[in-house]
Design a protein around this ligand. Structure first.
Ligand code: HEM
Ligand SMILES: N[C@@H](CC(=O)c1ccccc1NC=O)C(=O)O
Length: 291
């Protein structure tokens, strides 16, 4: 007997259609906003336009479009976190940074779906990609710049789109998340060299023993600097997740195209392996040896 069956007048199970009526679900959307209206699903779901006859191209498009949507949210949270740190509002900044790390973890797991595509399946659609490549993702470049990986050469692919270039340049010109973290430490009375507090933010970050000493002060006395200690660990979570994303990218690329050159013009796997050496928040890692 069905465990949900009831006795007496209520014993008869409702038919699926009557459940909808009993629950009083709204069914007429001729005069009110529906789910699809609110989410602009006509636009979102008509933006998948495969160029090849290959079955797997839809996977490739959906994988990239969803990644770009998550990157949009990541940038929103990252910029919010940077603003809050600059305003000494650490509680909301922590909330946003934790979300950025979780999104990055989500993107790490997303590689599992793309990795179901075999080399012959990808080869069938690859010629249709032309010279397009993730290398030209402007949101990805904004994320890298906001996290402090400042390479001016990465502005160039956006020169044909002044509207996008302006967005990427704004992230390039502004202090990064890590720059703002160091400025916060200085405001809290921790010794950070003056050249880290006001500088040309477009220059790549250069690691320094003095900045490591500043973080060591925090990590050796967590009770006195609890929120800076928490900030240090949130930065660690974020870089950890970012490293995993880069690693899954290069591994997926190797299993799908081997050592072919990239459509974006780089050596492919050789280029992506070099990117594994990027360290965003160097002293956060080096300080651990001294503890
Ligand atoms: C089969 C799938 C994929 C292949 C074969 C692939 C291949 C490559 C290659 C070879 C590069 C180096 C640039 C070039 O010369 O083209 C690259 C860069 C890049 N790809 Fe992918 N990729 C794949 C999936 C993805 C996905 C799902 C994303 C997520 C949005 C992505 C984002 C990027 C980004 C952001 C870069 C620039 C990385 C940097 O400059 O550090 N790729 N990809
Ligand atoms: N660089 C890839 C092409 C590629 O992956 C791609 C092409 C167009 C849109 C997104 C892409 N994904 C990430 O680089 C390749 O060499 O096959």
């Amino acid at each position: 007997m069905c465990p949900h069956a009831q006795s007496g007048a209520e014993a008869k199970p409702s038919a699926p259609e009557s459940i909808v009526h009993e629950e009083k679900a709204q069914l007429d959307f001729s005069r009110s906003m529906s789910y699809g209206d609110y989410l602009q699903l006509d636009q979102v779901l008509s933006a998948q336009k495969p160029l090849s006859p290959a079955h797997d191209e839809l996977l490739f498009i959906v994988q990239h479009q969803t990644s770009e949507l998550w990157m949009k949210l990541m940038l929103h949270e990252l910029r919010g976190a940077i603003r809050h740190i600059a305003a000494d509002e650490l509680a909301p900044a922590f909330k946003m940074l934790a979300r950025v790390s979780k999104i990055m973890e989500q993107l790490v797991h997303a590689w599992d779906v793309l990795a179901t595509m075999t080399p012959p399946e990808y080869t069938a659609m690859r010629p249709y990609l032309g010279a397009s490549s993730g290398f030209q993702s402007y949101q990805y470049r904004c994320i890298e710049y906001s996290m402090g990986n400042k390479n001016p050469a990465m502005l160039k692919p956006h020169e044909h789109r002044p509207d996008l270039l302006a967005q990427v340049r704004a992230s390039f010109d502004a202090p990064s998340l890590y720059d703002e973290a160091l400025r916060l430490m200085a405001r809290r009375g921790i010794a950070v060299p003056a050249e880290y507090l006001e500088r040309d933010w477009t220059q790549p970050y250069v690691a320094s023993p003095a900045v490591e000493a500043a973080w060591l002060e925090v990590y050796r006395n967590p009770q006195q600097h609890w929120d800076l200690y928490q900030l240090g660990e949130e930065l660690t979570d974020l870089e950890d997740a970012f490293r995993l994303w880069r690693f899954r990218h290069v591994t997926t690329v190797e299993r799908v195209i081997g050592f072919k050159r990239g459509t974006g013009g780089t050596g492919g796997v050789s280029y992506l392996r070099k990117m594994l050496d990027v360290v965003l928040f160097p002293e956060i890692w080096t300080l651990r040896t001294a503890l």
